[in-house]
Design a protein around this ligand. Structure first.
Ligand SMILES: *Cc1c(COP(=O)(O)O)cnc(C)c1O
Length: 401
């Protein structure tokens, strides 16, 4: 079958909840993918940062196959011999005392919201049903009914009501607005340290430190959604580390499963995590031994700090190169680590048009919010491959002017 046939076959029976670029991938290794017609592409999206270590990293595959030959699923009705080690090592990485494992990122976010509300009632003393959580404009935290309740993206939200109450939206990056929104019933603020889906939006200097200070001063939990920004992507283990901020709850996902399995988790100290008692929250697959074994191997890849340092250094090289390239029609190039976006000024090509042309030139990347294209190559990308890709990106952007 050729590309067109695979695409129409998929469209016939698979819900049309995505609008993929016209490429059908058949195999992949590290930063390269091959389509059904044998064409090779450099993966500069990395499944929205789920593939921080590239496709099929040998260390992760080894952990996976080793565990596959022993046991894959126990449910939490019983203990398994991988979960304790996974939680211990993730706690150490996150500098928190405890971990609650889930699967998808959205479940991780839901878990954080539930823990924060319970903490609000049991520890802070908010009266029943009155807890408020502050969120930021332009956020992306997943697709569940509660999460889309506080999205301001009409595409993500329209016709999914009635919505979950108890959320208050403030502008992203505005610490004064946050200070004004905090009330006695506020239990938490949920924030992305860098907004990924919004187009790699980096908050003003001092913002995350101000969020931390406001939370501490007002007995409010700071929840950092590091699902896309964390695990090396932004140039540090966690994006909050770049500004020395330790949140009360950290949400991880995407790369935590090494691009192999959906693995998410929240991390927190016991004064917060301890509010969850047996039977009050859970997941059939959360903390399964296969996921835990892969997660342990992922943490192993991050423990030396080498990939994080690489991401930071190469990211600076990317921004210097792109800023110096003189691409007309480009409003802004911004990024952190190996994670950057090119935003057009609204007169030239759309992000979709650019990503289609990049596809023709052997690069996979994805547009977001019409005028922006976002890049997130695996952190394992070689310097020659990165430089080659940058030259192609500059050439493609220039070809529209
Ligand atoms: C992807 C993402 C999520 C949701 O993760 P899923 O695994 O798709 O449910 C939540 N928050 C952020 C910041 C994300 O990038």
């Amino acid at each position: 079958m050729d590309t067109e046939k695979y695409i129409s076959f998929e469209e016939e029976h698979c819900a049309h909840n995505y609008h993929p670029l016209p490429v059908v991938i058949a195999s992949a290794e590290d930063v390269w993918v091959t389509d059904v017609e044998g064409r090779r592409y450099l993966d500069m999206l990395s499944a929205y940062s789920a593939l921080n270590f590239g496709h099929r990293h040998p260390v992760l595959l080894a952990a996976l196959t080793e565990q596959l030959s022993r046991v894959t699923l126990t449910s939490r009705a019983f203990h398994n011999d991988q979960l304790g080690r996974f939680c211990a090592e993730l706690s150490a990485l996150a500098r928190h005392e405890a971990v609650l494992p889930m699967n998808s990122g959205a479940e991780g976010v839901e878990t954080a919201l539930k823990v924060a509300r319970k903490w609000g009632y049991q520890v802070k003393g908010v009266s029943e049903g009155r807890a408020e959580i502050i969120v930021c404009a332009g956020n992306f935290h997943g697709r569940t009914t509660t999460i889309v309740s506080f999205s301001d993206d009409p595409e993500a939200r329209n016709d999914y009501g009635p919505f979950t109450p108890g959320f208050v939206t403030v502008p992203y990056g505005d610490a004064d607005a946050l200070a004004n929104a905090i009330r006695p019933n506020t239990v938490a603020i949920l924030v992305e340290p860098i907004q990924g889906e919004a187009g790699v939006v980096i908050p003003p200097t001092g913002y995350l430190q101000a969020v931390r200070a406001l939370c501490s001063a007002n007995n409010v939990l700071m929840i950092a959604d590091e699902i896309q920004a964390g695990l090396g992507r932004a140039g540090a283990t966690f994006a909050c580390d770049l500004v020395d901020v330790q949140p009360d709850i950290r949400i991880l996902g995407k790369a935590l499963g090494g691009g192999i399995l959906p693995v998410s988790a929240i991390t927190a100290n016991w004064d917060v995590m301890g509010v969850i008692k047996p039977g009050e929250h859970g997941s059939t697959f959360g903390g399964n031994p296969l996921a835990a074994a892969v997660g342990i191997a992922v943490i192993g890849l991050l423990n030396s700090g080498e990939l994080q340092a690489r991401s930071l250094a190469l990211g600076e090289h990317v921004l210097t190169t792109l800023h110096g390239a003189g691409m007309s029609g480009v409003k802004e190039v911004r990024g952190s680590g190996l994670w950057w976006a090119i935003e057009h000024d609204g007169t030239g090509p759309t992000g979709r048009e650019i990503s289609k042309k990049l596809l023709d030139r052997g690069i996979l990347a994805k547009d977001t919010h019409t005028w922006t294209i976002r890049f997130a190559p695996p952190l394992t990308i070689s310097e020659p491959d990165l430089d080659q890709a940058l030259a192609t990106i500059i050439d493609v952007v220039r070809s529209f002017s």
